[in-house]
Ligand binder design. Structure first.
Ligand code: E4P
Length: 217
């Protein structure tokens, strides 16, 4: 399973990129709104740092508007993926854009049928929101598993991006249930490295080493 970073913040993207494990970035209107920047300028900046897929979401809700915005976004850089919400108009837009070889990420997916429809429309990626499902007492992990099984049974190439990640356990669940990618906030990315026993182990090794040096002198 690959990692994408779920942010529009350039400092987080630069810091995360230094780990060498980030294959793409996802943004959404809420994340962009936090930044107080020009959307297109920020996308130019992000795509110059990250060579992999960078998802940029359309704002229009009608097919014509989504296709127009999608074409404009795709001109920014070859690695832009146009993010489109899971609606009937959105699926018409995905169908049109995918025939033009423009990559699409269908967002706000909450069940396996929505993912199947998006894949049939030609989506490059589908983004099931596992955190928001868990928030309402459903199992985001089960939905990922169902989508992965259906895509495998029916030979669909669309990639699953586990989205709406809230904590490290979501990453384990997404990986075990067959997500191809997880898009995660910077805060969760750095949590993945941590375990109290790792910290304790380093302290103990250093303590023993220092005691040995004192013994030698
Ligand atoms: C990414 O593609 C999604 O827009 C994002 O993960 C949603 O996360 P949230 O549910 O924390 O807003």
């Amino acid at each position: 399973m690959k990692f994408f970073l779920d942010t529009a913040n350039i400092d987080e993207i630069k810091k995360a990129n230094e780990f060498g494990i980030i294959d793409g970035v996802t943004t959404n209107p809420s994340l962009v709104a936090k930044e107080n920047i020009s959307f297109h300028d920020r996308l130019r900046e992000i795509t110059s740092i990250i060579p992999g897929s960078v998802s940029a979401e359309v704002i229009a809700l009608d097919t014509e508007g989504m296709v127009k915005e999608g074409r404009e976004l795709a001109k920014i850089a070859p690695n832009i993926t146009v993010k489109i919400p899971m609606t009937p108009d959105g699926m018409k837009a995905v169908s049109i854009l995918s025939k033009e070889q423009i990559k699409t990420n269908v967002t706000l997916i909450f069940n396996a049928n929505q993912a199947l429809v998006a894949a049939r429309a030609g989506a490059t990626y589908v983004s099931p929101f596992i955190g928001r499902l868990d928030d309402i007492g459903h199992s985001g992990a089960s939905v990922i598993g169902e989508i992965a099984d259906i895509f495998s049974i029916h030979g669909l190439d669309t990639k699953i991006i586990a989205a709406s990640i809230r904590h490290p356990q979501h990453i384990t669940e997404a990986a075990l249930n067959g997500a191809h990618i997880a898009t995660l906030p910077y805060k969760v990315l750095v949590q993945l490295f941590k375990h109290p026993l790792t910290d304790w182990g380093i302290e103990a090794f250093l303590r023993d080493w220092e005691a040995r040096e004192k013994g030698d002198s």
